[in-house]
Design a protein around this ligand. Structure first.
Ligand code: FPP
Length: 243
């Protein structure tokens, strides 16, 4: 036993497998992404009810621009539709929405939608939902470093961390990737330093409460040492703390 809470404060998710989910059903990839929005809605509710404070999801990466043009535009359209459909309920549920990523490459309509969604949920005190859209971990590091250089500030671990897009949010405790692949794909490169990683074979649209609870159980079994040794973490079990 140690003093690390069993429920992670911050969960981050690479929502992978929408395309394969659709392919298995002889549906267009777009149908998989649409089902992905449904899975995200369920996941937000499940995380909030389990006491998770922050949920960060990877919805569109800097590299996703390289997909076929119709898939890229369908993902853009899906976000616009999802905002219109989901924000009122999210706002009513006390969720605060925040979009993380480069906005310059997005359409004016989409940028306005993101700003409206953030404004509509700004004062909510429930779950913080960060949606990484047109986001890459390397981009985040570069924009943070450039910001510090422009301000004439020294680059240190603490100044760089604070200049990252989620500089005010605690780092993720748990990163889940669905879809069976085991890689980080340019997600939260800086913030992942001490995250526990859980890989699920479920395709994202099939990631349900049971799959989330499996990931939470795996997390609860991990010993997070942050560079220390076990005896320093659990003095009650191991005798005197080692300092
Ligand atoms: C990866 O699956 C998923 C994405 C690139 C998009 C993730 C988007 C959602 C879950 C829907 C929420 C989106 C918005 C816009 C709010 P993939 O397409 O790479 O699946 P595959 O590996 O099976 O091909």
């Amino acid at each position: 036993m140690n003093d690390v809470p069993r429920v992670p404060c911050h969960i981050a998710i690479v929502m992978d497998g929408n395309g394969r989910w659709a392919k298995q059903r002889f549906l267009p990839r777009f149908a998989g992404h649409k089902a992905g929005v449904d899975a995200l809605r369920r996941c937000v509710k499940a995380c909030a009810s389990r006491g998770v404070a922050v949920l960060t999801v990877f919805a569109f990466s800097s590299e996703n621009w390289n997909r076929p043009r119709d898939e890229v535009s369908s993902l853009m359209d899906l976000l616009v539709m999802a905002l219109a459909r989901e924000v009122p309920q999210l706002a009513a549920d006390g969720v605060r929405l925040c979009f993380v990523g480069e906005r310059d490459g997005l359409s004016l309509a989409l940028r306005a939608g993101l700003e409206q969604a953030e404004a509509a949920t700004l004062s909510n005190a429930g779950l913080l939902l960060n949606v990484c859209f047109n986001y890459g971990g390397r981009w985040d590091l570069v924009q943070a470093a450039n910001r510090l250089v422009a301000q004439g500030q020294a680059i240190t671990e603490s100044s760089l961390g604070a200049a990252m897009q989620m500089g005010k949010v605690p780092d993720p405790d748990l990163i889940i990737r669905t879809g069976g692949e085991q890689r980080i794909s340019n997600f939260l490169l800086w913030q992942a330093a001490y995250a526990e990683l859980v890989f699920s074979d479920r395709l994202w649209p099939d990631f349900d409460d049971e799959a989330l609870d499996l990931a939470l159980c795996a997390f609860a079994r991990r010993e997070r040492r942050f560079g220390k040794i076990s005896e320093q973490l659990a003095p009650a079990l191991h005798g005197q703390p080692v300092v």
